[in-house]
Design a protein around this ligand. Sequence first.
Ligand SMILES: Nc1ncnc2c1ncn2[C@@H]1O[C@H](COP(=O)(O)OP(=O)(O)O)[C@@H](O)[C@H]1O
Ligand SMILES: [Mg+2]
Length: 359
Amino acid sequence: MQPAQSSDHSEDSSPRSAAERVARPIIGNSWSLRQALKQVEIVAPTDATVLVLGETGTGKELIARAIHDASPRGQRPFIKMNCAAIPSSLLESELFGHERGAFTGAVAQRIGRFELANGGTLFLDEVGEIPLELQPKLLRVLQERELERIGGTRTLRVDVRVVAATNRDLRGMVGTQRFRDDLYYRLNVFPIAIPPLRERPEDIEALVHHFVDQFARRMNRDIDLIPDETLDALRRHPWPGNVRELENVIQRAVILSTGARLTLPPISIEPGPQSHLKEPETLKGVERAHIARVLEEANWVIGGPRGAAARLGLKRTTLHSLLKRLGLARPPDASGAELDARRSCYPLEHMHDENCAVG
Ligand SMILES: Nc1ncnc2c1ncn2[C@@H]1O[C@H](COP(=O)(O)OP(=O)(O)O)[C@@H](O)[C@H]1O
Ligand SMILES: [Mg+2]
């Protein structure tokens, strides 16, 4: 096999030491995250293809690396390829490589990602973006473990474990013929779903502490006070960008905090989760969405004959504790910052009880 060569889109990483591995811990103790981690533990030692499903920023790449690290291939290369970041005309050559002169502009031979990942793991991120015409070729290498470089005549055998990830509803894409069913079944051997952060607000506190420690250390700051109201506000935010968004907010907060107390910046609410993922929807997610809709309809009035509690057939106090548990809070209305349905910005610190007082 040829030595690895660098490329413009290369996101290769060499085998990492044990110390580097613990530098990437997966934080959170919610039931749903623990379920996902149990799946990781079960599947890691095998060579099975894994499909990691979840909205953007939920930690799919972190999970893919954890699978690799805990596998017998852990000391071999982990090669990442983001199928959405590479123009589709270049994808084939990125995946399978090409021989010199294979097409106009192919001035030198190129080793593809499958070859680079030989003996290790190939992480196919955003696999739903693979163009239809390329899908049979991907299926072939997954099934036969062999490929030819573009313009090449030699068949090369590769020993690669594939972990794929998507925030798309791949099954839905199969239904609308945007994704081949045979490739879908081949990838979906062992699916692991990572729930969105808004469905596991109990993970937020530990994540906040983790990110505060991390950024404070990097920026040489001493922050040891995270006010309860701040944590409450963070638990209530819907986090359409999930853990990545939380991480960015905490980074800004650490920059803004001059003393020992964490100061939150205003954070923006993007229009809903970017995910097209409809499956699998948790019972809690469905419950939350339904209650949010009823609250909107009732104008966030909880009590009274036309209030949300009555509409839901719940006692007022029951609904109050449900809202707390689900992390649902009233957005600031016209009296505060105006909540534009498409994009709005309001200080999280204003999300405490008094502003979210309902009923
Ligand atoms: N459970 C977690 N614990 C610690 N960091 C996390 C966790 N989930 C996500 N992150 C961090 O959030 C960011 C986004 O995660 P990533 O794996 O890239 O998400 P995705 O691939 O689903 O978009 C990364 O910086 C990652 O380290
Ligand atoms: Mg990602």
